[in-house]
Design a binder for this molecule. Structure first.
Ligand code: PLP
Ligand code: ZN
Length: 429
């Protein structure tokens, strides 16, 4: 059996190349692979690490797992190449979180600076296979940046819908620079998401939000890489920020497939971290997964400023499969964690730091044991949101105490002035 689209609610199947994002019943769709027929093994994937060759996709950490991602001809693949991101261990961050076995999977080191490239290489490749001319997405910024780049590479028209005034500077700059038609919607992300769905339906544009099941297939490879990096001995926990819940959905599907294939002996538990001001999944979780009640979202972490997450049902399924948990963190906790990750020389954007803040909270609350092995996913690059970073360090972020501030000191051009500042800060010799 070839791969098909399958409704997660009623099981109805549709051909893979039917251009649809939902079942007739309204349910979300999965790309369902015929796992036993794929003939894959740990050795197959291990044999492809460090691969080279004239085609960029051969170096990609997404297409390394291509049998589990998308059956497509290599000539169609649009790749930068993405993935193959580092797993960092850092003693200062580990101590702060309270775990010895703590590692950071840095997805901000993808070509456009976020994990979105993993889903986008697949989504744009599939758009090419379908023969579409234009693609669109609603975005808090990173999806827009990524889609704009990949669409440009593929020669497709890109239309991005972003919430006006609520997109970090680096992301907006990327969308414009890569040539996307950029629509600043007068409303929040959730309004932009509703508008892009209507626009795609009525205007015949291909939708590349994570509602699109092909995006999810690419994002699964974050988990495949983590597990491969650890010699196929999975961690106890994978902790990550959760907004529109595409990653939550993708990580659950990835683990379920690895387990089905016998490539891992057990499932790690997922820990989804939400900002306290944008926490519909957390609210549902604490009520035993009650139905989604959208919230009006507000947080300094604009990437996860989402109140009505599209992949909610898939995320609940993922958390049930893995014995997962959801935790919320305040903006103060997010910015503290960011300052610690940044000052270690690694760096990330605010939403990513939520994962580290969440891990710390789960350790101090006893949910994660101090001897457990934990991987947190840093979803975006430090350079994405320079405004939040500088405002933090200069004490200009409303409501946030800059506990780890490193503000710039202005000096007159004289040696005495330099010596005076060095004396004052007292950490130069
Ligand atoms: C940096 C960053 N982290 C986390 C998220 C949330 O991911 P998801 O929508 O898959 O929950 C996003 C989404 O835009 C993001 O850009
Ligand atoms: Zn259905």
């Amino acid at each position: 059996m070839a791969a098909v689209l399958r409704c997660m609610e009623c099981g109805t199947e549709y051909p893979l190349d039917e251009m649809r994002y939902r079942c007739d019943c309204g349910g979300l769709l999965d790309v369902a692979h015929d796992l036993p027929s794929l003939g894959i093994s740990r050795e197959l994937f291990d044999g492809r690490t460090g691969a080279r060759g004239p085609e960029p996709w051969r170096r990609s950490g997404v297409w390394r797992f291509r049998e589990l991602v998308l059956p497509v001809d290599g000539d169609l693949i649009v790749s930068r190449p993405e993935g193959d991101t580092p797993l960092y261990r850092n003693p200062v961050i580990s101590r702060w979180v309270g775990l010895e076995g703590f590692a950071l999977k840095h997805e901000g080191e993808n070509p456009t600076g976020s994990f979105k490239d993993r889903g986008m290489t697949v989504g744009v490749t599939w758009a090419r296979a379908l023969g579409v001319r234009a693609v669109a997405c609603a975005s808090t910024g990173n999806t827009a940046a990524s889609m704009a780049a990949y669409a440009a590479l593929a020669g497709l028209t890109a239309v991005v819908f972003v919430p006006a005034g609520k997109v970090a500077l680096g992301k907006l700059a990327q969308a414009l620079a890569y040539g996307a038609l950029t629509l600043e919607v007068e409303g929040d992300f959730d309004a932009a998401m509703a508008l892009v769905q209507e626009s795609c339906r009525e205007l015949g544009i291909y939708l590349l939000n994570s509602l699109n099941p092909f995006r999810i297939e690419g994002q699964k490879t974050i988990v495949y890489e983590i597990v491969q990096d650890l010699g196929w001995d999975p961690p106890d926990w994978i902790v990550f920020p959760a907004g529109n819940l595409g990653n939550t959905a993708a990580f659950g599907k990835a683990l379920w497939e690895l387990r089905e294939l016998g490539l891992i002996p057990r499932m790690p538990r997922l820990a989804a971290v939400q900002a306290a001001g944008a926490n519909p999944l957390y609210r549902s979780f604490v009520r035993g997964f009650s139905p989604l009640e959208p919230v009006r979202a507000e947080t300094v972490a604009t990437a996860i400023r989402i109140g009505n997450p599209v992949s909610f049902p898939r995320a609940v399924r993922a958390l049930r499969w893995t014995g997962g948990v959801v935790v919320e963190v305040t903006d103060q906790e997010i910015m503290d964690a960011k300052a610690v990750v940044d000052a270690a020389g690694i760096g990330c954007e605010p939403a990513s730091a939520a994962a580290v803040a969440g891990a710390r909270k789960l350790v101090s609350g006893g949910v994660i044991g101090r001897d457990e092995r934990v991987v947190a996913v840093l979803t975006g690059n430090l350079l994405k949101d320079p405004e939040a970073t500088i405002a933090y360090h200069t004490g200009d972020l409303p409501g946030i105490v800059p506990r780890f501030a490193n503000y710039p000191r202005r000096v007159v051009p004289s040696l005495e002035a330099v010596a005076e500042v060095l004396e004052e800060v007292g950490r130069w010799s």
